[in-house]
Design a protein around this ligand. Structure first.
Ligand SMILES: NC(=O)c1ccc[n+]([C@@H]2O[C@H](COP(=O)([O-])OP(=O)(O)OC[C@H]3O[C@@H](n4cnc5c(N)ncnc54)[C@H](OP(=O)(O)O)[C@@H]3O)[C@@H](O)[C@H]2O)c1
Length: 207
């Protein structure tokens, strides 16, 4: 059976997966780029980047993935459903190169992009969305791409097999929390932690 994986999901010390006040100008709200500065510094993101611990974790995002599931809040800023022209943040050739299932209460027809990415818009419970994505992934793994609300839903439903969370040493104070309602989640997993010289801690939860 293919696995459900999460990679590079970055949270603040106080557990926020994005900041407050998301908008077209501020996709992560008041968090800005602080949650992912560790990743932007790696070779995974930038050919001139670092090749150490952070890069080793970051590049595990790609191999073996046959489909992604993301929330409406990752696909666009609040209100994107009212813009018939909105095609995501990523330009004509998004970095997914697989089918991507966008969970939304206001679905629209699929969007075929360059490079093998097709966005499908689905209004479904996590377990049902996963069944559709699994079929499309054709034996490969499914990545849950976030944001925090969507990831929390999949964790609450017990659907995630491998979770890589990156704890970033910043205190955001407000935003969207990851862990709410997930009491004792760790009991379902083997948990490991690796500290990086960059200051972040990589946590893996593996079933
Ligand atoms: N920290 C990280 O590593 C990371 C990773 C990815 C994204 N992000 C950031 O996280 C933020 C988005 O996170 P978020 O928590 O605000 O939103 P999100 O999880 O991306 O999306 C939540 C929205 O998706 C729709 N949705 C979720 N489950 C659904 C279901 N079962 N059926 C139908 N629709 C469903 C609903 O939207 P509607 O009701 O509007 O349809 C819901 O409000 C963005 O700022 C993004 O940049 C962070």
């Amino acid at each position: 059976m293919s696995r459900v994986r999460v990679h590079n999901f970055s949270i603040s010390l106080d557990g926020f997966g994005t900041g407050d006040g998301q908008s077209l100008e501020a996709p992560f709200g008041h968090a800005g780029q602080r949650l992912h500065a560790w990743m932007f510094a790696t070779r995974f993101w930038d050919d001139a980047g670092t090749a150490g611990v952070d890069n080793a974790f970051a590049e595990r995002h790609e191999p073996g993935i046959g489909a992604e599931i993301m929330g409406a809040g990752k696909f666009g800023p609040p209100g994107w459903q009212d813009d018939a022209e909105w095609r995501g943040w990523w330009g004509p050739n998004p970095p997914f190169h697989t089918p991507v299932y966008v969970l939304t209460h206001r679905p629209r027809p699929p969007l075929e992009m360059d490079g093998g990415t097709t966005f499908h818009f689905v209004d479904a419970e996590p377990v049902d969305a996963l069944a559709v994505a699994r079929e499309a992934a054709d034996g490969q793994d499914i990545r849950i791409g976030g944001g925090a609300t969507t990831l929390r839903e999949f964790l609450a439903a017990g659907l995630v097999d491998h979770l890589h969370v990156v704890q970033v040493p910043i205190v955001l104070g407000r935003g969207v929390r990851l862990w709410d309602g997930l009491e004792a989640l760790e009991e379902q997993y083997d948990v490991e932690a690796v500290s990086s010289p960059s200051g972040v801690t990589h946590l893996t939860f593996t079933r």
